[in-house]
Structure formats: C-alpha cells, structure tokens
Design a protein around this ligand. Sequence first.
Ligand code: ZN
Ligand code: ZN
Length: 283
Amino acid sequence: MLADMHTHSFFSPDADRGADIEKMSLRAAELGLGILTVTDHCDLNFRFSESEYAYPDYLLCDRDMFGSLGYALKSIETVTALKERYPVLRCGIELGQLVQAPDTAADLASDPRLDFVIGSLHMNHGKTDFYWIEYNKMDSSKLTALLDAYFEEQLEVCRTADFDVLGHLTYPLRYIVGKYGIPVELTRWEGIIEDIFRALIGRGKGIEINTSGLRQEYGRTFPDLGLVRLYRQLGGEILTLGSDAHRIEDIGSGLQAGAELAKQAGFDYMTVFTGRKPEFVKL
Ligand SMILES: [Zn+2]
Ligand SMILES: [Zn+2]
C-alpha cells in the first residue's frame, strides 16, 4: 500500500484551481493509494487581518493571501466533512515558519480534526520565500549565510514546535541547485543536519521523503538518499512519503521511487498518520 501524505487542494493558493478535494479523492482511489492526506498551506509568519479568518471565496482567491489561515481552516473543515464519504482521506496541514509565530502554530496544531501536521520552512525569518530569491545575484558567502540561517531555523523548529514530520528538508536546493544550477556541497551543514535528526528522533517526530524534486529540475527527493540514510543510521523510524502535489495529475507521483529510496536507506516500513498517531506500514 502506498500513502500520499503531502498534497494540496485549491485551498492552497499556489495550487491548481482544479484541485478539488473530491476529485483528488477519486484520483487517489483510481491510483490504488491507501491514504491521501490533504495538507494545505498555512504560512504562519503572515499577519492576518480579521477578514482573513472569514470563509474565503477560493474561486476569487487573491494570490497575495498565500497560505492564509482562512484557507487552511476551510480546508480542514472541508476534508473533515468529506472523510466519511471518502475513507482514503486524511486531514492534514502544512504549517510554514512555525517558530515565527509560535502561539498560532501551537494553536493550529492542536486542532482535534487534524490527522497529520507537516512542519515546513519556506522562507527564513524576515526574508522572502526561497522561491522568489535570485540566487545568481548572490555571492557564495551570501548563499552560505542563507543556508546557515535555514538550517538553524529548522533546528529551532525541531527542538520546539508541535508537528509530526519535517517537510522537505533541503527545500532551498530546489531553486539554488535545480532552477539556478548552482552546485551546493552540504558538508558544511552535516553537523547541524545531524542535530536536526537527533532533535526529531528525541521528540518522537520524523521526516518525509518529498518526491516533488523528482519531477522538477532538481531531479532528487527532499531530502535525498544520503540524508535519509543518515537519519536512519541515527535511529530515525518515522518516515512518510509525499508527492507535494499541487494538481490532481501529480497525486502519487514518485511515491514508488520514494519507497525504493527508503528501502535503500535501510527502512522496512513507511509511516502513515491518523489522529496524529503514527502507524507503520511495510514497504
Ligand atoms: Zn512546502
Ligand atoms: Zn507542500
């Protein structure tokens, strides 16, 4: 059985407008997936006005409201209502920048309707999304400083925040390596990555193999085989697989390859979550 533990519906403002949760569920069933977890965005560092807490009209969605709380809550409400009709569905959320708004993060993560919480970092504190940065205009010391800050904030997330798995570790490489073709050697960050893994393991949390990189220029998973193996060697057990699909066609994409990679890294099981409790499924 394969489980896609990381997908986005149209309640994520960067997702395809056609990514309707019912259609996503039907697609998952067609693919034979055992579980489809919808994990819409809520990027916590954005400041929310009162009106953003209201039910948003996704059809007229304002793209500047990326990852707003209103959308996230609507996603949770919709998935929860559909779970009975589509048993494949699980209700998740992808919380971005947890330590940049720790109280809101803790509040959201404690929502009893959630089956699964991904903790992600899409932008360093006070900076723009890694997506928007022009890495070709940065010299190597600036790039190093950016990655220093990235891994340091990830470590703080892993030591303090409430979530189940760390989302797409090494995400900036999607752009630095994949889009801009700038090679990055991770040796400098091996120590802090070990600290990240030890913090996760110590707190009963895990990582995901995010397969989105396999269908993008980067061509590898986030994180890649070397780091998944390191996580395993340090005693890591909780490992989910997620396509990070933002459109229906990408649901389940790369999961088979992700499962093979997990086996190569020394895993016999992958993890799924229901009611925020891990369950181990043979690979
Ligand atoms: Zn993400
Ligand atoms: Zn995502």
